[in-house]
Design a protein. Structure first.
Length: 203
């Protein structure tokens, strides 16, 4: 982290940093099959009696005993498959039934306006759940300039996550192939509900 980036993070409150951490956590599990390192880190997490906490505790138990090769097979069954996985984790698909539709075009327009550049080694459409979660974290932390205001975060969330994200995480929670990803679905669904309610309170 550069000195400039560190200074920006210091300007972000602790509650917002925790929100950014959660977006990054979800993105890490959804962008690619979980590595042994990620599973080891997840196994050390501790939950509480909240819905997110219960999901975290379940994830920790599963991660503690799961072989990374099994986790990779589960990820492939969910998101890749032979031709396609059980789920298609893209906003355009959830909103229109097809990939590369108007929701993706609107996201790309906002990315250009904000200054978010697509990574050169990423070839899937930018409206994947992993990518949009990473963008939300970046807005909170100030990865694309100054940390976004709550109003700016709300605008981005309501445009690119709110219309479909809870349905996606519900589908992930109950997917036939979901084992370790079932608690990821629980965590994501509960977190996104909290985010949506908090943004509504902003008016």
């Amino acid at each position: 982290m550069s000195t400039e980036q560190a200074a920006k993070v210091q300007d972000v409150g602790p509650e917002d940093l925790l929100r950014a951490d959660m977006y990054d956590f979800l993105s890490a599990f959804l962008a690619r099959p979980p590595s042994g390192i990620l599973l080891t880190q997840a196994a050390k997490l501790e939950g509480d009696d909240s819905e997110i906490g219960v999901g975290i505790a379940a994830l920790a138990r599963l991660a503690d005993s799961m072989d990374p090769r099994v986790a990779q097979s589960e990820y492939n069954a969910l998101f890749i498959g032979l031709g396609r996985g059980e789920l298609i984790p893209h906003g355009s698909y959830y909103l229109t039934g097809f990939l590369n539709e108007k929701p993706l075009a609107r996201l790309r327009a906002d990315m250009a306006r904000i200054g978010i550049e697509r990574e050169a080694d990423v070839f899937e459409p930018e409206d994947s759940i992993a990518s949009v979660c990473e963008m939300m974290s970046g807005l909170i932390r100030g990865r694309f300039g100054e940390p976004a205001t709550i109003s700016e975060q709300k605008e981005f969330f309501e445009a690119h996550l709110a219309p479909w994200v809870e349905l996606f995480f519900k589908d992930l929670e109950s997917a036939e192939a979901s084992v370790i990803y079932a608690p990821i679905g629980t965590i994501g669904r509960a977190f996104m509900s909290i985010e949506q309610n908090a943004f509504r309170m902003e008016g």
